[in-house]
Design a protein around this ligand. Structure first.
Ligand code: TXA
Ligand code: MG
Length: 314
């Protein structure tokens, strides 16, 4: 199915992907159609083993060490591509994004198919990535692709993207792996190039507005700032609040406002795991007209959470 023009949604350890044979232009074309994704936004190619990358891209020496440390796992690297990869996958760029995923179901499929699979996140373009099979069904409805249901994804946010195609390593997208962790292998902090500064962004997922819920969303540095912002709301039922951790018993929120927290204790990995599911729940509550979120501490996966939230707020 994956190889005959019909992409299939599969769980990865980050978010669900919509996968098809990376060497089959027709199948890859279907991915863009199903997602409503512009053709200038390239896809990540997933492989089971390091050796498979040789057929796709030129391998810089640092990649072996990165692979040993972080693969299989939530790291995508951008490399100079070889001609084998159809231009539709890479949007005609001279580079290709590659990742070795860890999820056992995805790995089983990769091993059975024996070919690299191109897979973007399995959501309509610009909307919140799916972390559970139900999210895909609720986004696509009747036209939902076939889904291999593997339960909730482990990290809950998309892979960290590191470009090794520049003279210095550059982070194109923040994710579960922090720049400090990458530094431990690279021996230097990678540069960050997260914001699109021209029409062809380095990683189009870094467009300022992305990961968007339909309901208006604001990001705040503290609970006090959220309180100030919602105190004039005429109807507390229309207010959704997303906190990082369970509020203490003496912290009072307006009775009818809907308050959720991403982690009992404020654990940032747990917060990332719950982020998109919580955003989706708030977004689909017909009463909620405004969502107010508490920003995470700006370190490690907290920086990635803030990056997603500030794009959702844009
Ligand atoms: O965790 C993930 O990375 C998930 C799972 C399914 O692997 N995939 C994912 O794919 O998030 P997608 O398509 O939603 O995001 C991939 C991002 C896009 O922003 C795209 O522009 C960027 O990677 N990208 C792909 N190829 C690139 C390239 N050659 N150069 C720069 N950016 C690239
Ligand atoms: Mg995506």
């Amino acid at each position: 199915m994956i190889c005959d023009g019909t992409p299939v949604a599969l769980p990865t350890e980050t978010v669900y992907g919509l996968a098809a044979d990376a060497f089959c232009e027709k199948s890859v074309g279907s991915i863009f159609k199903i997602k409503g994704r512009p053709y200038n936004d390239p896809l990540i190619v997933h492989v089971a083993k390091f050796e498979q990358i040789e057929s796709l891209a030129f391998i810089p020496s640092v990649l072996a060490k990165l692979s040993e440390t972080f693969w299989p796992g939530p790291l995508t690297v951008v490399l100079r591509k070889k001609d084998s990869i159809p231009a539709v996958v890479t949007s005609g760029l001279p580079t290709v994004a590659v990742r070795i995923p860890a999820h056992p179901l995805f790995r089983e499929v990769l091993e059975k198919v024996g070919r690299p699979l191109a897979a973007p996140s399995a959501n309509p373009f610009g909307s919140v990535s799916p972390t559970r099979a139900e999210h895909i069904v609720s986004s696509f409805g009747e036209s939902s692709p076939y889904i291999l249901d593997g339960g909730s994804t482990e990290h809950g946010i998309e892979s960290t993207i590191l470009s090794l195609a520049e003279t210095i390593p550059v982070i194109l997208r923040l994710g579960p792996l922090s720049s400090d962790e990458l530094n431990s292998v690279l021996g230097r902090l990678p540069a960050e190039q997260l914001n699109a500064d021209n029409d062809i962004p380095k990683a189009p997922g870094s467009l300022p507005r992305h990961y968007s819920p339909n309901t208006s969303l604001q990001l705040h540095p503290s609970s006090a700032a959220i309180h100030r912002s919602i105190q004039n709301a005429s109807n507390p039922q229309t207010v959704g609040v997303i906190l990082l951790k369970r509020p203490s018993p003496n912290e009072k929120w307006p009775k009818k406002s809907k308050v959720q927290w991403l982690s009992e204790s404020g654990n940032l990995n747990e917060a990332a795991f719950n982020l998109y599911d919580t955003l989706r729940k708030m977004d689909s509550d017909p009463q909620i007209e405004q969502i107010h979120c508490h920003a995470a501490p700006d370190k490690g996966v907290g920086s990635a959470i803030n990056d997603k939230l500030s794009r959702a707020a844009h």
